[in-house]
Design a protein around this ligand. Structure first.
Ligand SMILES: Nc1ncnc2c1ncn2[C@@H]1O[C@H](C[S@+](CC[C@H]([NH3+])C(=O)[O-])CC(=O)[O-])[C@@H](O)[C@H]1O
Ligand SMILES: O=C(O)C(=O)Cc1ccccc1
Length: 242
C-alpha cells in the first residue's frame, strides 16, 4: 500500500527543519512524485543513460538513494557484465525501506546498500554516478570536495547525472519558476498551508545553486562535457562526462 503525504497538512506550532525520518520515508514515493516536476521522466532517463554509459566490470553509484527508485531503474537497464551498484543513504529509515523495496524485484545485478554519509564514501572504478536530488541537501561548503571525489573515482568516459532544484540568477525568472512549482504542487493536491510549511521547513536544509554555478564548478573540477539535459520549472538534471 502506498501511503499519502499529509506531513505538512495540519498547522505545526514549532516548525523544525525538514529531515528524512521514518514519517517522510513512509510517504516518500507519493511526496516526491507530487513535489518534483519531471521526477518520473528523470528516473526513466537514468535507466537509459545507464544502458549507454555502464562499462563492464565497473561500479555504479546511487548517492542519496532514498527508497532506491534510481537504483532499481539502473539495475533494470544494466546488461554489461561484472557490474555492481552501490546505493547509499545516511537516513536509517530510508535504507531500511530501500532494502525491502529492492528485495521485491528479481535481478542478477548485485546491489550493495549502505547507510553512510556520501561525503565519507570511497568512490572507485565508477562508470555511472547518480546524484538525483541529493547534492542540494549537502552543506554548500562540502559540495566541491564531493564532486571532485566523484570525478576522481570515475573512469574516462564515465558519467555523472546530477539532478537538482535550481535557483535562477534572474530574480524575475526565479520568482516565476517558484510560482509555477507551487502551481504544480497545488494541481497535485497540496494546500496553501502544506506548501508554505514545507517551504519554511526546507529553508535551512535545501540550498539550491544556479545552473550556471553547477556548470562552472563541474567544468573547473575537470569534467570534459557538461550540460543540462532536462529542465521543468526550477527542477532539472545535468550530465557531466569525464
Ligand atoms: N550526506 C548524505 N549522505 C547520504 N545521503 C544523504 C545525505 N544527505 C542527504 N541524503 C539523502 O538524500 C536523499 C534526498 S532525496 C533523493 C531521491 C532519490 N535519489 C530518488 O531518486 O528517489 C531528494 C528529495 O527528497 O528531494 C534523502 O534520502 C536523504 O536521506
Ligand atoms: O517539495 C518541495 O518543495 C521540494 O522542493 C522537493 C522535495 C521533495 C521531497 C523532499 C524534499 C523536497
Amino acid at each position: 500500500m502506498q501511503e499519502k503525504d499529509h506531513i505538512f497538512a495540519a498547522p505545526i506550532a514549532r516548525l523544525g527543519d525538514f529531515c528524512f525520518d521514518h514519517r517522510v520515508a513512509d510517504v516518500f514515493p507519493d511526496m516526491i512524485k507530487r513535489s518534483v516536476p519531471g521526477y518520473s521522466n528523470i528516473i526513466s532517463a537514468i535507466g537509459m543513460m545507464t544502458a549507454r554509459f555502464a562499462q563492464p566490470h565497473t561500479r555504479l553509484y546511487d548517492l542519496g538513494c532514498s527508497l532506491g527508485a534510481a537504483t532499481q531503474e539502473m539495475r533494470r537497464n544494466l546488461s554489461q557484465p561484472g557490474c555492481r551498484i552501490v546505493a547509499v543513504d545516511n537516513s536509517a529509515a530510508m535504507v531500511e525501506r530501500a532494502r525491502n523495496h529492492l528485495a521485491a524485484f528479481r535481478s542478477g545485478v548485485e546491489v550493495e546498500l549502505l547507510e553512510a554519509d556520501i561525503c565519507d564514501l570511497a568512490i572507485e572504478h565508477a562508470s555511472v554516478v547518480v546524484l538525483n536530488f541529493t547534492l542540494q541537501f549537502i552543506a554548500p561548503e562540502k559540495r566541491e570536495a564531493l564532486l571532485t571525489k566523484i570525478h576522481a573515482g570515475l573512469n574516462p568516459g564515465g558519467v555523472l547525472i546530477l539532478s537538482e532544484k535550481f535557483v535562477s540568477e534572474d530574480d524575475t525568472v526565479n520568482e516565476l519558476l517558484i510560482d509555477l512549482h507551487h502551481d504544480f504542487k497545488r494541481a497535485n493536491g497540496y494546500s496553501e498551508l502544506e506548501i508554505s510549511q514545507k517551504r519554511t521547513a526546507l529553508e535551512n536544509v535545501l540550498r539550491p545553486d544556479s545552473p550556471e554555478r553547477h556548470k562552472a564548478r563541474l567544468k573547473d573540477i575537470g569534467f570534459a562535457h557538461v550540460d543540462m539535459w532536462f529542465q521543468c520549472f526550477n527542477f532539472g538534471s545535468m550530465v557531466a562526462i569525464k
